[in-house]
Design a protein around this ligand. Structure first.
Ligand code: B1M
Length: 213
């Protein structure tokens, strides 16, 4: 198997034997984010496909998630760090009812490597907890992640609750269940502040930079 195929296979098989050695080899050819967005994400897409076809069970997908997390942790120190002063503060959360956090944590790494102070509230975060954190942290923006179809609806509820609480700080939303259209037509109208859709973590950084300028 080629290096790229082996990397995808660690994620598909949820195995870590030899992972660090192959990641080290990949770093000689690619930048960390190219490795994540390329072979590792291809592996994860295959996991999603197999899971969807009932060819994998949740316990196996958890192993895949562990292999992905271990890969990202290994690659993180090699990621480019911008030498900048603090650009802004961003709260991140996976919405209520949703445990998926790999994408959100990638957003955290990329934002914090690029001059943002990130307050990561974790997973299954209900609107009340976000509102409380907003009052405590006074962030420049709030980032919401969600991968389940029901999480898209939960983002609408979260936006409504934040509006009711008088919050109008920009919100950035991302995750596989969302689309730009849903963000614009369903979440945006429920909120007083700006609502931006990020298709991936790098796009999230671009949007944050645009907001701060
Ligand atoms: Co789940 N799961 N899962 N799962 N899981 C999906 C999402 C699913 C599409 C798989 C499938 O059936 N094909 C499906 C959702 C179906 C739907 O609603 N339409 C699904 C399901 C059904 C479930 C359960 C319900 C299964 C069950 O229990 N029967 C359950 C839900 C539990 C819950 O949340 N209440 C469940 C559980 C799990 C595990 C725990 C086993 C595990 C998660 C482990 C973890 O996160 N700690 C898991 C996994 C790993 C997946 C898949 C296979 C991979 C997700 C992932 O980590 N991708 C996923 C299938 C898929 O997506 N292909 C699937 C890698 C990650 C880097 O990408 O998070 O998309 P992603 O992030 C991207 C962008 O979306 C974006 O940037 C990242 C890339 O740069 N982004 C943002 C994300 N958030 C952002 C926020 C931003 C900006 C960008 O700004 C704030």
């Amino acid at each position: 198997l080629s290096l790229e195929e082996r990397l995808a296979n660690y994620i598909i098989e949820g195995s870590k034997d030899g992972l660090h050695e192959d990641l080290a080899q990949a770093l000689e050819k690619y930048r960390p984010l190219q490795i994540i967005n390329g072979p590792l994400m291809e592996g994860m897409a295959e996991v999603g496909r197999l899971f969807n076809n009932n060819e994998l069970i949740v316990a196996e997908v958890l192993q895949s998630a562990e292999a992905m997390k271990a890969s990202v942790a290994y690659l993180e120190p090699y990621m480019e760090q911008a030498e900048t002063s603090v650009k802004g503060k961003i709260i991140l959360a996976t919405v209520k009812g949703d445990v998926h956090d790999i994408g959100k944590n990638l957003v955290e790494i990329i934002l914090s490597n690029n001059g943002y102070q990130v307050v990561n509230l974790g997973i299954k975060v209900p609107p009340e907890q976000l509102i409380e954190a907003y009052k405590r942290e006074k962030p420049d923006a709030i980032g919401l992640s969600g991968l389940l179809v029901k999480s898209a609806q939960q983002m609408v509820i979260t936006a409504q609750d934040m509006k009711t609480a008088g919050i109008d700080v920009p919100i950035m939303v991302g995750g596989a269940a969302l689309t730009r259209k849903f963000t614009k037509t369903r979440i945006g109208p429920e909120y007083d502040g700006l609502v931006l859709y990020a298709k991936d973590a790098m796009n999230g950084l671009d949007l944050a930079n645009q907001l701060m300028n």
